[in-house]
Design a protein around this ligand. Structure first.
Ligand SMILES: [Zn+2]
Length: 506
């Protein structure tokens, strides 16, 4: 009795939970565009640009903000009006790879790690040897069938997982030589769902278009073993072929369709781009020319464009935050430039990542001295000058609230540490930790860094691995323009396909 009186019957809950019908009605009312039913709808957008920052997890976006525009600055991404979280798990993995995630986003069908735009019944490389399931239709195939111009632009090899998932199908991402043929209209293994073909394919990866006996324009050998030169075969199939920045900037609409291959493998990192032999366009230049060509060639049916900043991922795998953040900054600038170049009343612009990385912004690094709302009583010399970028990359400096002094933060053994760290990867130190400012270990491609602000510094990693790993947490999805209002809440990455399909009326 006593217990009962202390625990009276619950009052009406603060939030009523509707029955199933009621919930459906409430969702229809509160989320008029939040359900992704398959019925065809009137198009809201004539065009769409899908930006993918490969490996651009939320910690990467936050760090890129500090790196690029300061702690309180605004990236273009920060100004986009619609935002959602996207779940990235694949059919077989809690933490996904780019093949599975891009397949999910561009076909609406979840699949296994390693699989390119086929369903989950296709095992990676068909290891059970029981055959593959059918190909999953991509948004690019639907767009082409609806009369749209279609373009795929990336900083990776054009046959790498993310771009390949737009135009090819296969049970393993490593079949890059085959993916090149699936884009070649005159080849027997051409993907017939592309109808007349990709109108634009641009990025790196010449080696997948050349036999191993041949060398490309910058002296690099091909990787094919069939004796073929697909550059010539694409030209014979009416494609304009270009391979450097100068040719790219000179392209006119009459030259579509275009195959542009700027490097033997992936394109250069933005930080290293000036060193390229033949000259490469930046991601901003790639994006703006692609938009210009597609817009000039399209009729009322419009166009669809993928822009992938693929090397955020690669720099993270190499344990080098500096390049990952430069690549992210470049993606942000491409989003800003493209959003200004298109008519947003008829163009959907989405930006997301396919997955995250085990990359953290940890510790308690202070803002730059001149940004502090108080004057410390004293500080280490290393803290006296420097921008927010320096404070981000450098060893972390802490305020001692008792003494008012700013000193380098120290670990349990008294050794300073940086705020940017990796859970795993090549940045793992085999010897005991030393002050990052005196750490000569493990620089980018063997370079000996002068300290954590050096662009070739590799942030420390916990688990030693030759390649740092992806992260499994949700990533951001940003939207602006026609049909972008469906970007809200927490979506599975397959629903990103539905957001674009619905907006384009496909
Ligand atoms: Zn990766």
């Amino acid at each position: 009795m006593l217990a009962r009186s202390l625990h009276p019957a619950p009052k009406s809950p603060r939030f009523s939970i509707p029955g199933r019908l009621g919930l459906t009605a409430w969702l229809a009312c509160a989320l008029p565009c939040g359900s992704f039913a398959q019925e065809a709808t009137r198009p809201e957008a004539r065009n769409a640009i899908f930006f993918v920052g490969d490996g651009m997890g939320i910690s990467t976006v936050t760090a890129a903000r500090v790196f690029s525009v300061g702690v309180d600055g605004q990236l273009a991404l920060d100004t986009m009006p619609f935002h959602a979280l996207s779940r990235t798990a694949s059919s077989d993995s809690i933490t996904a790879d780019s093949a599975a995630t891009m397949s999910a986003m561009i076909t609406g069908v979840s699949t296994n790690n390693g699989v390119i735009s086929m369903g989950a019944e296709s095992e990676p490389a068909d290891f059970n040897m029981d055959g593959d399931g059918p190909p999953a239709t991509t948004l690019f195939e639907l767009a082409k069938a609806a009369g749209k111009r279609i373009g795929v632009v990336t900083t990776t090899r054009v046959t790498h997982a993310t771009p390949a998932a737009c135009y090819a199908h296969g049970n393993h991402r490593d079949a890059e030589n085959d993916f090149a043929l699936q884009a070649l209209p005159t080849d027997a293994s051409y993907n017939p769902a592309l109808l007349g073909g990709l109108d634009l394919l641009a990025g790196g990866g010449r080696r997948q278009f050349l036999d191993a006996s041949m060398t490309d324009e910058e002296g690099e050998a091909g990787r094919r073993s069939d004796g073929r030169d697909l550059r010539a075969e694409f030209q014979a199939a009416n494609y304009e072929y270009v391979w450097n920045a100068e040719q790219w900037s000179a392209l006119g609409v009459e030259q579509l369709p275009v195959l542009a291959l700027f490097n033997s493998s992936h394109m250069e990192y933005e930080h290293d781009r000036a060193l390229d032999l033949g000259g490469e366009p930046s991601l901003v230049e790639l994006t703006l020319k692609a938009v210009e060509l597609l817009e000039a060639s399209a009729d009322d049916n419009g166009w669809l464009l993928l822009v992938e900043a693929g090397r955020i991922d690669h720099a993270h795998h190499g344990g080098n935050a500096f390049r990952a953040l430069r690549e992210t900054e470049q993606l942000d600038r491409a989003v800003e430039a493209a959003s200004a170049a298109v008519n947003l009343e008829e163009t959907l612009v989405l930006v997301t990542a396919d997955h995250s990385h085990g990359f953290v912004l940890a510790g308690y690094p202070l803002r730059p001295l001149e940004e502090l709302p108080y004057k410390p009583r004293d500080w280490d010399e290393g803290f006296a000058t420097g921008s927010a970028r320096d404070r981000l990359l450098d060893v972390a400096y802490h305020l001692n609230a008792r003494t008012g002094e700013v000193r380098a933060a120290r670990d349990a053994n008294g050794v300073p540490y940086t705020a940017l760290l990796y859970a795993s990867g090549p940045g793992s130190r085999t010897a005991a930790r030393v002050d990052p400012r005196e750490d000569k270990a493990n620089g980018w491609f063997g370079a000996e860094p002068t300290g954590p602000r050096d662009p070739n510094y590799r942030q420390e990693a916990h688990v030693p691995l030759s390649s740092e790993t992806h992260g499994g947490e949700d990533v951001s999805l940003y939207g602006v323009g026609a049909g972008s209002h469906r970007v809200r809440g927490t979506l599975s990455n397959t629903e990103i396909f539905q957001v674009m399909r619905r907006a384009l009326g496909l």
